[in-house]
Every structure is written in structure tokens, then in C-alpha cells.
Design a protein around this ligand. Structure first.
Ligand code: DX5
Ligand code: ZN
Length: 235
């Protein structure tokens, strides 16, 4: 398990109140977030539509004031068609789904050529073996712990085992520099187990942006949950 101080929380704006998106992102940045996660959906690869490069462009100046990274999670078919648009709009890193990329090596090289960090996202049922050849080229893996498409879904318990095996795969290959980001179902009851399994970045949406309390308070609770021993979860 990586050292606790290295664990980052990424705030997924999918669950934010879009009528005051800038304000909500600023609250997260004020509370120490340095990784803003932007979910892009096309209604084909996933059964939902979300946002485009304009949102990244609008958030870039706010993120810059805090030295924060903007990460774009592309849940779209033919992502190659949009890589340049998102990087030019200000994405620091881009992840594409392995399920959407027949020429994954070329796609990853293109993300790098454009000047962004590169990641590959994996649906819950997609085996880790699909990463074997590409792992050395990556900056991070985005392991989905829910089916992509919507915020607020239940964490899929078997993800823990998968994260553990990915951690082992990286270790065996001397690739510990590759970050393991876990996306979906992260909240105070799951965060600690996910870190224990080997995640380095926790992507959380509805646990950060909700009506229950402030963004700062939600983050405080999430951080203290990471420090606590894991709640037992069925594998
Ligand atoms: C789901 C998105 C996630 C989403 C996570 O398709 O990729 O980033 O915002 O939402 P929560 O944290 O609510 O599960
Ligand atoms: Zn996401």
C-alpha cells in the first residue's frame, strides 16, 4: 500500500451544482483539492451526456490560481477525434477507455505529444490483462469501481481485488510511478478499503458535491475516513 500522505482526492464535478460551478470548484480548491476531474460523456459509450471542452476552458483560470490539475475522463467513442480540443482547452491529463481504443498505443502517444499526462480507464468487467502492453507508457490507470455514466452509484466490491492485483502488476514491472486512480462509489464507507487495496488517487463526486453539507466538510470527512481502518466489504 502506498504511503498515506501520497493519497490524493480528485473532485469529480459531475455531481456539482452547475448553476454555480465556478463557486463549487473554488470551494474544493480552497479545501485543498489539486485534482479536478471532468467527466465527458457522449450518450454512446455511456448512456448519458455531460459536457465538452468549453467547461475545461472555463475552469482553467480558476485551477491555475491554485496550481491544480484538470483531468479529463473521456467516456466517448472515438476519443482520438477530441484529444487536441481538450488539451488545448487546458486539460493537464486525459484518460481514454481501453474499451473505446482499437489503437491504444497510438492514442496514448498522441495525448503525450499534445503535452498532457496520459491514463487508461477500465470498466469494472474489463480485465487487467488489457493493460499489460501499455502500462509502461502510462502516467496513471483509472480503475472504474462502477459502470461509467452516472454519479452516485454503489461501489462494486470486487473492485478491491482488482485494485490489489493492479498494484501487484505495477510492482512486478517496477512501475510504481504509475498512479492508480479509482473512480466511482468513493465515500466515507469505501475510501479506506480502496486505499488499502493500493489506490493512490480517489475520484469522488457525490461524496464531495451534495446537499448534505459544505464541500469543505465533505472533504474533511472523506480525509478522516481514509485515516480510519477499512470497513469490511464483501469481495
Ligand atoms: C462516473 C464518473 C465518475 C462519477 C463518480 O461515470 O466517471 O467520475 O462522477 O461519481 P460518484 O463519486 O458519485 O460515484
Ligand atoms: Zn470519472
Amino acid at each position: 500500500m502506498p504511503k498515506k500522505e501520497k493519497i490524493q482526492i480528485a473532485a469529480s464535478i459531475l455531481s456539482a451544482d452547475f448553476s454555480r460551478l465556478g463557486e463549487q470548484v473554488r470551494e474544493a480548491l480552497d479545501a485543498g483539492i489539486r485534482w479536478i476531474h471532468v467527466d465527458i460523456m457522449d450518450g454512446h459509450f455511456v448512456p448519458n451526456l455531460s459536457m465538452g471542452p468549453q467547461v475545461v476552458r472555463s475552469l482553467r483560470p480558476i485551477a491555475d490560481r491554485f496550481g491544480s490539475r484538470l483531468h479529463v475522463h473521456l467516456m466517448i467513442m472515438e476519443p482520438d477525434r477530441y484529444l487536441a480540443d481538450f488539451v488545448r482547452a487546458g486539460a493537464n491529463s486525459v484518460s481514454v477507455h481501453v474499451e473505446t481504443c482499437p489503437h491504444l498505443h497510438r492514442t496514448i502517444q498522441e495525448i503525450r505529444r499534445l503535452g498532457a499526462r496520459s491514463g487508461v480507464a477500465l470498466n469494472p468487467a474489463t480485465p487487467l490483462s488489457t493493460l499489460e502492453e501499455i502500462l509502461p507508457e502510462l502516467d496513471f490507470v483509472l480503475a472504474m469501481a462502477v459502470e461509467p455514466g452516472f454519479g452516485g452509484q454503489e461501489f462494486i466490491p470486487s473492485s478491491l481485488n482488482k485494485i490489489g492485483r493492479l498494484r501487484l502488476m505495477l510492482k512486478e514491472r517496477g512501475l510504481d510511478r504509475v498512479l492508480i486512480a479509482v473512480d466511482g462509489g468513493i465515500h466515507t464507507q469505501t475510501a479506506s478499503s480502496v486505499v488499502k487495496a493500493g489506490a493512490t488517487v480517489l475520484v469522488a463526486g457525490s461524496a464531495i458535491f451534495n446537499d448534505r453539507t459544505t464541500v469543505a466538510e465533505n472533504l474533511r470527512q472523506l480525509r478522516s475516513a481514509i485515516e480510519r481502518p477499512p470497513v469490511r466489504t464483501r469481495r
